[in-house]
Design a protein around this ligand. Structure first.
Ligand code: PEP
Length: 250
């Protein structure tokens, strides 16, 4: 497999500046010999401080969201230009908390995806079904729709900067993890959707992360699946002791 493992930490709405800097420093130190691709996504207010810490390291700086617009009358929003100005390299879009708590739909997420790519940012596009959708046998359908709509208008060339994160909503922050087989099934299915959209080569090169209560104890089995290329980690990314072992699983 030519795909590289990509382990990312989504810190969500956690940590004040001093705590964020302290964790980022620990990660820079402990991952400097790491073989994989790494990213951390602090809150907007901590991006500038964490940027100074990760600069020149092997850890990418990510944002957890961004506006659909570049500038203007959008109170409370943060634009791609502001993120780039701080040294942000990648942005998580379509996270289930954005979709389900803040009601972001596929059209809005797609607009953000295209804007981020137009400005040269890498995009981590999150997809994933609710528990009731899984129980109704609709997991594949939901993931296909979110993938197709989220990537509408994205070129094959731009796919080099797109990562898909499969995050079953019922597994996020709940302690319930998809079995390695369940994760593999959706990852393989999603890669098939990408192959249909962009051809086999692009599909084979696209990193598909798993997210949903990933921790040191289950990371090895999940990452051993042929189509699981990394992890997007929430809770376990908040401490070096719990994040580093996942980063160094393989
Ligand atoms: C996430 O929100 O991206 C996530 C996977 O969270 P957790 O690891 O806490 O389930």
């Amino acid at each position: 497999m030519s795909r590289q493992y990509y382990i990312a930490g989504n810190w969500k709405m956690n940590k004040v500046k001093g705590e964020a800097v302290e964790l980022a420093k620990a990660l820079v130190e402990q991952l400097k010999d790491g073989k994989n691709k790494y990213m951390i996504a602090p809150s907007f207010t901590n991006l500038d401080a964490v940027a100074q810490v990760v600069k020149g390291s092997n850890i990418l700086l990510g944002a957890q969201n961004m506006s659909t617009e570049e500038s203007g009358a959008h109170t409370g929003e943060v634009s791609v230009l502001m993120l780039k100005d701080l040294g942000v390299q990648t942005v998580i879009l379509g996270h289930s908390e954005r979709r389900h708590i803040y009601k972001e739909d596929d059209a809005m997420i797609n607009k953000k995806v295209k804007l981020a790519l137009a400005h040269g940012l890498e995009v981590v596009l999150c997809i994933g079904e609710l528990l009731e959708e899984r129980e109704a046998g609709k997991a594949e359908q939901v993931c296909e729709e979110q993938t197709r709509k989220g990537l509408a208008g994205v070129s094959a060339a731009d796919m080099a900067k797109v990562i898909i994160a499969y995050e079953p909503v019922w597994a996020i922050g709940t302690g319930k993890t998809a079995t390695p087989e369940d994760a593999q099934a959706i990852h393989q299915f999603t890669r098939g959707v990408l192959a249909d959209m962009y051809g086999k080569d692009v599909a084979e090169q696209t990193i598909i992360q798993y997210g949903g209560s990933m921790k040191a104890e289950n990371a090895a089995a999940l990452l051993a699946q042929p189509d699981v290329d990394g992890g997007l980690i929430g809770g376990a990314s908040l401490k070096a002791e719990t994040f580093i072992p996942i980063c160094k699983t393989y």
